[in-house]
Write a protein that binds this ligand. Structure first.
Ligand SMILES: Cc1cc2nc3c(=O)[nH]c(=O)nc-3n(C[C@H](O)[C@H](O)[C@H](O)COP(=O)(O)OP(=O)(O)OC[C@H]3O[C@@H](n4cnc5c(N)ncnc54)[C@H](O)[C@@H]3O)c2cc1C
Ligand code: SF4
Length: 597
């Protein structure tokens, strides 16, 4: 039975007369985790998801070969993916100046984009305004987890206590020891592959079988040891050994299209929220799922000022409904959650619910990216081809800046993601000169000898980097859209310059011939790691949530996604989003049982 049929059959109708124990808004990493944890505590949960239920396995077709697709995986000609130049030259809303029938974010410019065209949003329906920003969204059951890159990293006290380290910004109201048991739970429940390295600034997970490094990656790893830097196999949020407790997922067969599509795994070895969290939550009998339900406003009990439920628009009919809940858990993703809080204005909460501090939408941060380096490992030229294509990731090079020393021109740090080896389509075919059999030989001889890597660096959280509600522009459903006021600063630009320099230095040291260096910074938002718009903190004047992601103002309101992060660190955020959500929902369920909400 397909996943979609299982979900349809398990789905009960939402009961608008009933008051649910909790309403969760959004079904991605954060909302899926909230649904899983709260239902496992016996709470009756309504999960509202703005997007549709997609037959994801029928969309992804991971084992389809390029020649089996009539356009070799490309989108139809009436569809357009925004480019770096468009993001830079134009101003949002980007679709307004584009003739194509469907307009998508830049990820649809990657290979195999026809397989993800129904997963990401059409920019025509979902405009935004303000400063340049490459905003990638997936509105469907499971959100962006359906196509995420799966790099699953932990944060450390270097991140949680960053202010104590360099005197910038704010410390988080938690330490590594508070979240470590929840990282462990996420590892064991969802599966992660990797290798222990014992680095204090990149804590290890409880790993399943790792992905093997290629010859070129091992060569670089060995060389980096001399520089006291660590290259480790990609820490993938993928089960490589299988998960006995989850019948909806399979172990990774290393046979998929991981490296030649936007993303997605149709045997669900890679974590996605529907099979990893939502289907098991449905099996408890405690979860009601309502898709096509766009949360429009968090409603308020006028007597108590507490949240009373969520009003939502049916995405297909445009009709508005109101669901009632004793607790509301917002998990619509960092920017959509801020939008919902700001849209939820009432006499009791005139700046938007939970926003007495005025910090909702502010302190917006993410990762800067762009600088990357590519090289040639000469001893691999002419060697037999290896199978490097069907694996969920290649390598991660951990942060090495500002650990114990102080860089003279910037604070915080960055890590590199990279890959090497043979792929289904030899990338060097278009740059190799010649023709005929000598051309083919040359392409084949060199195809597996390349290695490349690009950096992801911390963008500092700044109050002035912010989103608010546009006073005039609305989306397809008449909901006011977000207006961006967000720019990289001096620290990020100096850090980016260093990324390109150290990339070259490390390749040169390893004897890898440098064939390309890019110093260009990509548009704000490119990392798809937006964070910080409703940050946690101990002071209710300068933060929105407490350490359990509970609103300082409204005690039965929780915001459990990346909006709660106090700083971005340079590690990818999803594993932390889920560990924090698990911790907060354990607390929520406990408080609920005690009648304290
Ligand atoms: C191509 C790609 C690669 C990535 N690679 C990595 C990686 O390697 N490592 C990593 O850590 N992260 C990665 N990410 C980011 C990762 O996907 C996100 O961090 C994660 O999905 C965030 O979870 P979330 O629940 O906050 O948001 P989402 O997964 O986006 O889920 C939010 C959900 O809320 C729904 N929603 C929004 N508004 C409303 C509303 N008003 N009412 C009801 N529902 C609503 C959305 O439809 C969506 O389903 C990647 C993302 C993409 C797209
Ligand atoms: S390589 Fe593994 S994780 Fe990637 S698509 Fe294939 S089975 Fe899924």
């Amino acid at each position: 039975m397909t996943l979609i049929r299982l979900i349809r059959e398990a789905q009960a109708e939402v009961d608008l007369k009933k008051t649910y124990d909790a309403i969760v808004v959004g079904s991605g990493a954060a909302g899926g985790m909230a649904a899983h944890v709260l239902t496992s505590h016996g709470m009756k949960v309504l999960l509202l998801e703005a997007g549709k239920k997609l037959d994801i396995d029928a969309e992804l077709k991971s084992t389809e070969w390029p020649y089996q697709h009539k356009r070799r995986g490309e989108m139809p000609p009436d569809s357009h993916a925004l480019s770096f130049n468009e993001y830079t030259i134009r101003k949002p809303p980007y679709a307004a100046d584009t003739k194509a029938k469907h307009v998508y974010s830049y990820v649809q410019g990657w290979g195999g984009s026809d397989y993800s065209k129904n997963i990401v949003v059409d920019e025509r329906d979902h405009p935004y305004t303000g400063t340049n920003y490459a905003w990638v969204r997936a509105r469907l059951l499971g959100g962006k987890t359906n196509i995420w890159g799966r790099l699953a990293l932990r944060l450390s006290d270097l991140d949680f206590k960053a202010k104590s380290h360099d005197d910038y910004g704010e410390d988080w109201p938690i330490s590594y020891k508070d979240i470590a048991p929840y990282y462990d739970k996420v590892d064991l429940y969802l599966g992660i592959s990797g290798v222990k390295e014992n680095l204090p600034h990149l804590p290890d997970s409880i790993f399943q079988r790792p992905i093997k490094l290629t010859y070129a990656e091992l060569k670089l790893r060995q060389s980096l040891k001399k520089m006291n830097r660590v290259l480790t196999p990609y820490r993938a949020g993928v089960t490589t050994d299988g998960l006995k407790h989850n019948k909806y997922r399979s172990r990774c067969f290393g046979r998929g299209a991981c490296n030649r599509r936007v993303g997605g795994c149709d045997i669900h070895a890679a974590f996605d929220s529907p099979t990893g969290l939502i289907m098991p939550a449905m099996d408890t009998g405690n979860l009601t799922l309502r898709t096509n339900a766009i949360a429009r406003e968090i409603t308020v009990d006028k007597k108590t000022g507490k949240a009373s439920g969520v009003s939502f628009i049916d995405a297909e009919t445009g009709q508005t409904y109101e669901a009632k809940g004793k607790v509301v858990v917002v998990a619509a993703s960092t920017l959509e959650s801020a939008r919902l809080l700001l849209l939820s204005k009432s006499n009791e909460h005139p700046n938007g619910i939970g926003n007495s501090s005025g910090h909702v939408g502010h302190n917006f941060c993410e990762h800067i990216m762009g600088p990357h380096i590519s090289g040639l490992v000469k001893d691999l030229v002419g060697k037999p081809r290896t199978l490097d294509d069907g694996k969920p990731g290649s390598f991660y090079l951990a942060r090495f800046r500002n650990l114990t020393d102080r860089h003279p021109s910037f604070i915080r740090g960055y890590g590199f993601e990279g890959s090497s080896g043979s792929s289904i389509y030899p990338g060097n075919s278009s740059s190799t000169p010649g023709f005929g059999s000598s051309y083919k030989k040359s392409v084949r001889d060199y195809a597996g000898a390349f290695i490349s890597m690009g950096a992801f660096g911390e963008v500092l959280a700044r109050y002035e980097n912010q989103v608010d509600i546009d006073p005039t522009v609305k989306d397809k459903w008449g909901v006011p859209v977000l207006r961006f006021n967000y720019k990289f600063g001096d620290n990020e630009k100096k850090m980016a310059a260093d990324m390109a320099n150290t990339g070259q230095e490390m390749f040169a040291e390893a004897g890898i011939e440098i064939i390309g260096v890019s110093r260009m910074i990509l548009t704000e938002g490119w990392s798809i790691h937006e964070l910080g718009t409703a940050r946690m903190g101990n002071d209710k004047k300068s933060s929105v949530l407490n350490q359990f992601q509970q609103s300082h103002d409204v005690k039965n309101l929780f915001v459990v996604d990346g909006s709660s992060h106090v700083s971005a660190s340079c590690q990818n955020p999803t594993w932390t989003i889920m560990a924090l959500a698990w911790r907060s929902c354990d607390y929520l369920a406990d408080q609920f049982k005690k009648g304290s909400l």
